[in-house]
Write a protein that binds this ligand. Sequence first.
Ligand SMILES: O=C(O)CCC(=O)C(=O)O
Ligand SMILES: [Fe+2]
Length: 497
Amino acid sequence: MAHGGQALSDRLVEGSQQRALAESALNCLETDGFIRLPLEDVRTVAAAVRAWDAWLASAPAEAKLRHARAAAPTPQRAPTPLGGPPPGGRGYVSLPAKELFEVVLDDQLAARALLALHSQGASMLSMLSRALGMQPHGLSALLDELPLAPNRDGSSVLHVCRYTQSGAAAGSSRGGGGSAATQGTEAHQDRGLLTVVAASEGEGLEVQSRHDGSWRRVVLWPGEAAMFCGLSLEWATGGMLKAAVHRVVPLAPGRTSLCYKLRVRPDAVVDPPALLQYSPGHLRPSYQAPKTGAQLMEMFAASHPLSVNAQALGSGGGDGSSGRAEGEATGHAQVETLRLDVVVLTNPQHKLSLQLPAGSALLDAKRAVASATDVPLRRQLLFSGSWVSLPDDTPLAHLERRLGRPLKLYAAPSPGPQEPTMRINCMGFDGAKIEFDLRVGATGIELMVLLQARACYHPTKQMLIFDGERVHPMPPLAELGIGDGDSLDILDKQYGD
Ligand SMILES: O=C(O)CCC(=O)C(=O)O
Ligand SMILES: [Fe+2]
C-alpha cells in the first residue's frame, strides 16, 4: 500500500538534525556574531546577484536614476507578487564607495530572489525561536503577514548594494567616523531582526567580535549566505542575541550584494517576557516593556541618527529625518543668484533672506551674515534638512544641488545684557565640562551652534543626551524638561542601516 506519511524514525532523525542545526546556528551567532550557510534557492539568488552586478557595473548614471524614478511609488503601479506595492522606501543612493537600490518587485527575478531570502530568513528565525526555548514561531510571527494587504508596504526590504574601492578607501582604517571616500561603509548595526546577505564576491563583509573588538572577515563560498542579527532581534530576545556591528571593506573588482533585511511589522507587539516565558531567567530588566515594531524603529532612529545607506553630505539628522535614503537631486536649473535663509537665534527668532551671487562659497554667506547681524563666523552653522559640515570654501550652488534641499544658516548671537539666561552644562566623553549661559527659551540648535564654536563638537558627529534621551534640536530646551543647572552629555552618534 502506498503511503504518503514520513516514517516516524525518519521524522525523529529529521527532528534531531533540526535541533542540532538550530543549536549550532545559535552558537555561531553567540561566538562569531554571524552564521554562514548554503542558500536554499541558490540558482535564483545567484542569478539575481549576477544580473544586478553586471547592470550596476556597466549602466550609465542616467539609466540608474531613470530606474530609480520608475521605481517611485505611484497609485497606478501594478500589484506585486506579494499582493501589494513594493516594500520599503524605494530609491537609489549614490555614495562615494557605495551605490544602493531598494528592489522593486515588478522585476520577476528580483521578486523570486526576495521570496527565497524571505523564506530562508523566516526559517532561521523559527530555528532560533526553538533554540532559545521560545514558541517555534515566536519570532517569525513578528514579520509581515503575506500576501501583504493591498496598498500596504512591506516592512522587510531587499537592498542591492554595489561597493567600489574609491581612492582613499583602499587600505584605510575605519571606525565610526568615515571620510567621504568610505561613506556608506562605516561600522553600524541593522535595525531589523535578521539580515541575510548573498554577494558576488566571497569577501568584503566584516563583523566585529563582541569579545575583543577585533574585526572578523566573513568569507563566503559560492552559494553561501551570511546572516546576522539586528537590534530588533536583540530587543525581542531580551538581549540574549546581540545586534552585530558590521561593515563592508570595498574591494578592487567591486562587490555587489543582495541584503535582505527582515524587519518587524509596525503593528506587531514585541513582548520579550511573553516570548521568553519558558526561559525567563535570561531576561534583563531593561527589556521588560512590550514595544510595537513602529516603536522599535523610533528607538533605533533616536539612538542611530546616521545611516550608512542615506544620501549624505555631512548629514546628521538634525531634523529627525535621517535614516531615509534620498535620491540624488537632478534637473535643477542654473541660477544667477542664490537665496539663503538665515535664522538668527534671538528670542523670538528672527529671519533673514540673503541674495548672493551664484558663485558664492559658504564663507561668503557667513561673511554676509556676520555683516548683517554681528554674529561671528564660528557661531554660524549650516543646515539642509540635516547638519552640514563642509569646508568654508565649498560653493553653495553645488551644495544645494547635491543636497537637493534649500540651505539654511543658523546664527547664534550672545544674549543681551538684560536678557534672562539659564546655565546649561555639557559633559564631554572625557569628563570635560563646558558651561553655557543660554537665553531662557533657547532651543537645542542654539546650544549646538555654541558648542561647535567652543569645543570639538559638531552636530554631524555628536549628539546631546538628557536623561538618556537624545535632545531634539527644534523645540525649546524647557519643553524637553531642561532648565537652569541641568547637565547634558555629549555622545558620538552611531550609524545604523
Ligand atoms: O553588503 C553587505 O554585505 C552588507 C550591507 C549592509 O550592512 C547594509 O546595507 O546594512
Ligand atoms: Fe548593515
